[in-house]
Design a protein around this ligand. Structure first.
Ligand code: SF4
Length: 330
């Protein structure tokens, strides 16, 4: 199991300095196992009372600041970097860097990078602090490395819905440092460049292209099924960082202009059982987290489309102009 730098001593010092009395604690699912131990430490060493958020949290788009407004003096959020959002309580972001050794997998990646001269280097919050060392290592091994910051993201950082740090880079391929296919898939769909994964958790390297092709084929099947839809539900998130009401309203109008019906539906968490109640709707468009339609498609009975996929289904965007939906903060 990977270890993370949870910055416990720094947090205790900060709370003592601020003289905060009521502290909200929020963790992504993977770090919530540390919640009670950290709450105990904070309470014992500062005298403050803690309030742990027990809800699922997948990003800084979904902070507890609004539900804890008026309840806490300070919210401590582990595992994500701040987004340029209007948070309702003071928030201390703890990036929770992984202490996992990454260079073994980076070394292995050199073989798959053999034919690429210029490499875009990206990762998630947990490994950001290692990017300069990894870039130096790649350059010592003959690669030209490029990294950029994005809109709302740090140098070399990608989110599941924000690849703005990568999209403008003129590179032959990308090297992604991290686990799973979630971020590399989005990177591939956003940039259409070869993506190599150096996965320190599995100590392996792999390419994302075949996986991305399979996902795209499934997306095209969902779009094709939706082409006959007469009634659409346009899903709007009540999570502040995912709420795109203006976009939802304009999609409703686009659907109506094509002669179909559309209904705006507000949800906190989008779940299959909640959508099942809308029996008369044929398909849904997701303006909340862009990854729900793509990554959770198999658990929904009816098609869930992204806004760009809706445009293809309505015949106002070409199939060849397929694009991943992203939430880019200006
Ligand atoms: S909207 Fe989705 S992909 Fe984007 S940060 Fe939030 S949970 Fe992650």
């Amino acid at each position: 199991m990977p270890n993370y730098q949870l910055e416990e001593e720094e947090i205790v010092a900060k709370i003592s300095k601020l003289k905060a009395q009521m502290i909200g604690l929020q963790f992504p699912d993977g770090l919530r196992v540390h919640a009670t131990r950290l709450a105990r430490k904070i309470e014992n060493e500062t005298g403050a009372t803690t309030l742990i958020s027990g809800d699922a949290c997948y990003g800084a788009c979904d902070l507890s600041d609004r539900s804890m407004e008026g309840l806490v003096d300070l919210l401590i959020h582990w595992g994500h970097t701040a987004l340029p959002l209007d948070y309702k309580v003071p928030v201390l972001f703890v990036e929770a860097y992984s202490t996992m050794e990454v260079f073994e997998s980076v070394k292995k990646a050199l073989k798959l990078l053999e034919n690429y001269e210029t490499v875009g280097l990206v990762t998630t919050t947990q490994h950001l602090y290692l990017l300069n060392d990894i870039a130096n290592f790649l350059e010592e091994n003959g690669k030209k490395v490029k990294m950029e910051s994005g809109n709302g993201t740090r140098h070399g950082q990608v989110l599941g819905c924000n690849f703005s740090s990568a999209r403008g880079l003129s590179v032959d391929s990308f090297l992604y440092i991290g686990s799973g296919n979630f971020h590399p898939l989005g990177l591939k769909l956003s940039t259409d460049k070869p993506v190599i994964i150096a996965d320190p958790y599995m100590n392996e390297v792999r390419e994302i292209d075949k996986f991305a092709d399979r996902v795209l084929r499934k997306r095209f099947a969902k779009i094709a099924v939706s082409m006959g839809a007469k009634r659409f539900g346009v899903l709007v998130s009540s999570k502040y960082g995912q709420m795109r009401l203006e976009m939802a309203k304009s999609l409703k109008k686009i659907i109506q202009d094509q002669g179909q019906e559309a209904y705006l539906i507000l949800l906190d968490n989008i779940k299959p059982d909640l959508l099942m109640a809308f029996r008369d709707l044929d398909a849904f468009v997701v303006t909340a987290c862009p990854r729900i339609a793509i990554d959770d498609a198999q658990i929904y009975e009816k098609p869930l489309l992204t806004p760009y996929e809706l445009e293809i289904a309505l015949g106002i965007r070409d199939w060849g102009d397929y694009q991943i939906d992203e939430i880019i903060y200006e």
